[in-house]
Ligand binder design. Structure first.
Ligand SMILES: Cc1ncc(COP(=O)(O)O)c(C=O)c1O
Length: 469
């Protein structure tokens, strides 16, 4: 679906009242859900006393309580009560070969047996893994491994400042670049500023310039205005739009950013934590044919194995990380680039290429997008729709991410729309679909006809619960 159509359909959803599930039906669904997931409830009750909020993961669906998972294989996951789910969360994107991919797992088990987890010193796998990344990504000539996407984004900002000698970093509203002090600003919903920044001093944002997504005038103004105030060091970009495309990019957005970076001597930083090796083996930079100066990678480079992240880019820029005491950008991590993570990176990327994981996952996402849109077309009163960037799918039901913040009742609208989207998600989860945040689905190369059939059946069930207008 093209950008203009997405924007128009989203506007239409926002112009209509939300469509809640009637209370008595919702209550019956919740009752059924709790009965099927008793062991998860027990675990949650105990966890509440030991873990803040009773759950560790931001991606977990926490309402009415988080499900505890037992195992995963292919596109399926099972909770501790034995209920089976079609998994479209896929650990928040890194799983593209499918869960428990034996050819990868066997290599890792062998590494653990033969080499041990870590020495704190260099191993040959660092080189092999870096070679794989460089081979695929057009903008990458050098790689520094770190332990998470958050760390890699932090390192990219530091490198950009050191390389350019400038201070300011542009962050696009609604985008996510991890949870470091400077980056928890205007997250999830554009222009919400420090709404979710509890515990972070305001000073941390003093060099962050917040620009609304797809606002070309504001973007150019930011570069211009800061030219005399020390200048823009870099701009962080989720190349398909904030929240991995929940705020989709205008077709000219990335190219304009590239041009402005060249014009004003700033670095373009593509955050490819989700798009790298998923949208394309060469990431969004290959897909859009735009070379960033720096690239941030995360979880997918180890296919879900721990300690996963890297900042990469042009040799000249990345060389800021090398040099003598006081001369180089300091980044670190005792367990960064350990043999397990780097071996996982090397083998996972090779296997993804060998199996055409991106091609197969994309083909399924295209089919599912078409089928779901056909199903949603049977209920024009709802206006639901789906779009995809390759194997990254977004479904819009209440559009709570996109409420106009200038509206007098904006906060109420967001909360209300989010509540209804959460209710929908409880139903889809209760009937066997695991998705992300009530808006997103990632696909893997093992999703098949059976998965598609089940997905459509669950959505049909949900549509039938919503009264017709
Ligand atoms: C685009 C983007 N950047 C950075 C991150 C942070 O990565 P991590 O959770 O590994 O710190 C994420 C996490 O989902 C992400 O989606």
């Amino acid at each position: 679906m093209e950008y203009e159509e997405i924007v128009a359909r989203r506007k239409q959803i926002l112009s209509r009242p939300v469509r809640p599930i009637p209370q008595e039906k919702l209550a019956a669904e919740h009752k059924r859900y709790a009965e099927r997931t008793r062991r998860s409830v027990e675990i949650f009750e105990k966890a509440k006393g030991l873990i803040p909020g009773g759950v560790e993961h931001n991606l977990s669906q926490n309402k009415p309580f988080p499900l505890a998972m037992d195992r995963a294989k292919g596109y399926k996951i099972w909770d501790v009560d034995g209920n089976e789910y079609v998994d479209y969360l896929l650990c928040g994107a890194p799983i593209i070969l499918g869960h428990g991919f034996e050819a990868l797992d066997e290599k890792i088990v062998q590494i653990i047996r033969e080499k041990g987890p870590a020495t704190g010193l260099t191993s040959e796998y660092e080189l092999l893994a870096a070679e794989q990344i460089i081979k695929h990504m057009p903008g990458v000539e050098m790689v520094r491994f770190l332990q998470s996407g958050t760390e890699a984004d932090m390192a990219a900002i530091r490198i950009a400042r050191a390389f350019t000698g400038k201070q300011k970093i542009i962050k696009i509203g609604g985008s996510y670049h991890g949870w470091s002090d400077q980056m928890v600003y205007s997250i999830h919903i554009p222009q919400t500023g420090a709404l979710e920044s509890k515990g972070i001093p305001n000073e941390c944002f003093s060099h962050i310039v917040d620009v609304p997504p797809n606002d070309f005038d504001a973007l150019e103004k930011a570069f211009k205005e800061h030219q005399d105030k020390g200048g823009i060091a870099g701009i962080l970009v989720e190349p398909i739009g904030g929240e991995s495309g929940a705020h989709p990019v205008h077709p000219d957005w990335n190219r304009t950013i590239r041009q402005l970076c060249d014009q004003y001597g700033a670095l373009m930083i593509f955050d490819e934590v989700v798009t790298g090796f998923r949208l394309d083996m060469g990431g969004a930079q290959k897909y859009y044919n735009i070379k960033p100066d720096l690239t941030v990678l995360g979880k997918i480079i180890t296919h879900g194995y721990p300690s996963s992240g890297a900042v990469c880019g042009r040799k000249e820029v990345m060389s800021a990380c090398a040099g003598s005491l006081g001369q180089k950008v300091f980044v670190g991590g005792t367990l960064a680039a350990n043999p397990i993570s780097t071996a996982a990176c090397y083998h996972a990327l090779k296997l993804m290429e060998e199996h055409d994981a991106v091609g197969k996952s994309t083909a399924y996402a295209e089919r599912l997008t078409r089928a779901l849109n056909a199903l949603f077309a049977t209920r024009p009163d709802l206006g639901f729709f789906v779009y995809n960037f390759g194997p990254i799918m977004h479904y819009m039901t209440t559009a709570f991410f996109s409420v106009d913040l200038t509206a007098a009742d904006a906060l109420i609208q967001i909360l209300n729309r989010k509540q209804v989207a959460d209710d929908y998600q409880v139903i889809t989860m209760a009937h066997g679909l695991c998705t992300l945040a009530g808006t997103r689905m990632y696909t893997c190369m093992q999703h098949d006809d059976e998965a598609l059939k089940k997905t459509l059946a669950v959505w049909q069930y949900l549509l039938d619960l919503i009264p017709k207008h």
